[in-house]
Design a binder for this molecule. Structure first.
Ligand SMILES: [Zn+2]
Length: 238
């Protein structure tokens, strides 16, 4: 587990996506074969994504998000469109400090909230110095107006396998909603190798984007959502 986590961290540090570990997996029908090459995808009991239901009301501390850096590159790895960041971008949870590595997208959403699937979900992937991963997930609902941060981000999307410089002055914060209440549970990477031990923070309040924006991303990524996985013994808190 630790080995896998450090491999993930290494690939992240090398600017390679979590999703770019192998070219031998895909979505749709081929999703059923992930476990043949990546056993945890089939055997794991804490897999992501999930349908978030029956969340236990507790007194969760507010998320301490200190994203002071900016987005520097956009990459298209064939599985997702990903924004790379520089500067000081911290997430502090229970005294542990994580650093934001990248933000990427799924159309439609991977996690569901009380059975509802959103047209778009963004994942903010944060890693601590031991290689532990914490993901903040933000849902996007179709609204009447364009989302300014997304407009800026999606102005130029690189073709598959390419990375482009991003020169607008855009903070990762601009992609987050103002309301930061969240659901918390343990899960996994939603892509092979499906490594578990990932801390998930799914924001309750969706952002809005226009249908055109969601469709633009979907046209490039197609359906890149893993189906929901059994919750098993997990407890979801909010
Ligand atoms: Zn993701």
């Amino acid at each position: 587990m630790i080995k896998k986590a450090s491999l993930v961290l290494l690939s992240l540090l090398a600017g390679v996506s979590l999703n770019a570990q192998a070219a031998d997996w895909g979505y749709g029908k081929s999703n059923e074969h992930w476990a043949e090459s990546y056993p945890i995808c089939g055997l794991g009991k804490n897999q992501s994504p999930i349908n978030i239901t029956s969340a236990l009301q507790t007194n969760l501390a507010p998320l301490q998000i200190e994203y002071d850096g900016k987005i520097t590159d956009i990459t298209n790895n064939g599985h997702t469109v990903e924004a790379l960041v520089s500067g000081d971008n911290k997430l502090i949870v229970d005294g542990d400090t994580y650093t934001l590595r990248q933000i990427h997208f799924h159309t439609p959403s991977e996690n569901l909230i009380n059975g509802k699937q959103y047209p778009l979900e963004a994942h903010f992937v944060n890693v601590d110095d031991k290689g532990n991963i914490a993901v903040i997930a933000v849902m996007f609902e179709n609204g009447l107006r364009e989302n300014n941060a997304l407009s800026s981000l999606l102005k130029n999307i690189p073709t598959k396998g390419n990375t482009i410089d991003f020169t607008d002055d855009l903070s990762p914060n601009n992609l987050l909603p103002r309301e930061r209440e969240y659901y918390q549970f343990n899960g996994s990477l939603t892509t092979p190798p499906c490594t578990e031990g990932v801390r998930w923070f799914v924001l309750e309040t969706p952002q809005f984007s226009s249908k055109d924006q969601t469709e633009k991303l979907h046209k490039i990524m197609s359906n890149n959502n893993r189906p929901v996985q059994p919750i098993n013994a997990r407890i979801i808190v909010k």
